[in-house]
Design a protein around this ligand. Structure first.
Ligand code: PLP
Length: 450
């Protein structure tokens, strides 16, 4: 047999065979360490996951206790205390009307559950609705249902033939308004576009609209204007369409509020969550279900025809409770708001680099869009790989950031995200800002030479 390049027998399948992946062996606070002892500042908390930092002993001890007690039970035969406790803790954080929780192992699964719940909710009401409307430049997960709702052309491209035919509306993106307008003289067409999309799809077919409160990876922390989500809520209500808020990145204090939707004082019908809910100490996600949806299942005694083997497993649920206890005890939501303000103030110094087009976000979710020409906002050609180059310069300096592409149209556009653990300190933020300052300068030089 012909010998293939790299990967020896029994190796972990590398996502990108051309890349070397340093092997991490340990984490502590905002730092992770590889097997050669190199220290990295994890300025993205894994990927918006390690809310309470790495190596948190309070969580580790809880895992040990639960592992020796009960680690697994199947959720269509048994309930378990840790899952019930976690649901109670979550209920103390979510709005009064979102008090019923289904558990998953992550964010994509949570999106799938939300889509299937919406479908069954309308079936129980005798309606054939099944269409979910999403937005361009969004991300809701990698599984096929979630990817169908996702609006990132680059991430969808190879899988298009497998995807469901869900419509997408233009995103809120004030830096490059898709309607060529300028807020506040714009009549919020990005929001009212939802009504047009519902009418085009046929109101009797539309089950839900899904949106991230602040778009994470797909667009680099784009924040809608104050009127945006109230208009979305009103349109959903008028057409009896469920509003799903994807809080997978924005949940649990990331943006300086417990949940991102609190910035707009709007309550969704279904709320998906994952990532920070377990701080990365176990795979965990959830869907918060409103009374409106729950009551139809309860009154009509409808079974939700769906199960994941690891849903509501006691070990992950215990971890969720331990992380939420720390979130509350250490006042991390408030800290995220305060440290976020500090980070945004310090980040202003990056504007001296001509490649910095826009700095946006809330709390400890900060996005920067890179541009070839600040005056015209012309993006770099995708083949230049501007954000990947920046990430490489950061990595050399021991700083991990999250580079992204496609914020303009799913293919063009470069940005990066910062979303450090909420336990980050001001001196640590200073260091992150300083290293990025150096990396931006190095990238600008390299791009100019290229
Ligand atoms: C907003 C959003 N929703 C859903 C997901 C999917 O979550 P997971 O990767 O845990 O399946 C992600 C992942 O990055 C996300 O950012």
């Amino acid at each position: 047999m012909q010998q293939q390049a790299s990967a020896p027998a029994g190796a972990v399948f590398p996502l990108n065979p051309t890349r070397e992946y340093p092997t991490l062996v340990r984490g502590a606070g905002i730092h992770v360490y590889d097997q050669d002892g190199k220290e990295y500042i994890d300025a993205i908390a894994g990927i918006a996951v390690a809310l309470v930092g790495h190596g948190e002993q309070r969580v580790a001890e809880t895992i040990g206790r639960q592992a020796g007690t009960l680690t697994y039970c199947i959720s269509n035969i048994f309930s378990n205390r840790p899952a019930e406790d976690l649901a109670r803790r979550l209920g103390a954080l979510t709005p009064d009307t979102l008090q019923h929780f289904l558990f998953t192992s992550g964010g994509s699964e949570a999106t799938e559950v939300a889509i299937k719940l919406a479908r069954q909710y309308y079936l129980a009401r005798g309606q054939e609705r099944h269409v979910v409307i999403g937005r361009w430049q969004s991300y809701h997960g990698a599984t096929l249902g979630a990817l169908s709702a996702t609006g990132h052309r680059g991430r969808r491209a190879k899988f298009e033939p497998l995807l469901l035919d869900f419509p997408h509306i233009e995103p809120n993106y004030c830096y490059r308004c898709p309607f060529g307008k300028t807020y506040p003289d714009c009549a919020l067409e990005c929001a009212t576009a939802l009504e047009t999309a519902i009418q085009e799809a046929g109101p009797e077919r539309v089950a839900a609209f899904i949106a991230e409160p602040i778009v994470g990876a797909a667009a680099g922390a784009t924040v809608p204007p104050p009127e945006y989500f109230p208009i979305i809520r009103e349109i959903c209500d008028r057409y009896d369409v469920l509003f799903i808020a994807d809080e997978v990145i924005t949940g649990f204090g990331r943006t300086g509020q417990t949940f991102g939707m609190e910035h707009w004082s709007v309550t969704p019908d279904l709320m998906t969550m994952a990532k920070g809910i377990s701080g990365g100490y176990a795979p965990l996600g959830a869907v918060a279900v409103s009374d409106r949806v729950w009551s139809v299942f309860a009154e009509q005694q409808v079974t939700f025809d769906h199960i994941f083997t690891y849903a509501a497993n006691p070990l992950s649920a215990t971890v969720g409770s331990a992380v939420l206890d720390i979130l509350v005890a250490d006042d991390l939501v408030q800290r995220s708001a305060a440290r976020g303000e500090y980070l945004f103030a310090q980040a202003e110094r990056w504007r001296k680099h001509a490649i910095v087009g826009d700095i946006r976000g809330r709390g400890l979710l900060l996005g920067v869009e890179l541009v070839a020409d600040r005056a015209t906002k012309e993006p770099f050609p995708p083949e230049v790989g501007a954000s990947a180059r920046l990430a490489a310069h950061c990595f050399e300096r021991g700083l991990v950031i999250y580079p992204g592409s496609g914020c303009v149209d799913g293919v063009q556009g470069d940005h990066f995200l910062l979303c450090p653990p909420l336990v980050v300190t001001e001196p640590q933020l200073d260091r992150i800002v300083e290293l990025l300052d150096q990396a931006l300068a190095a990238t600008a030089r390299e791009l100019a030479a290229a």
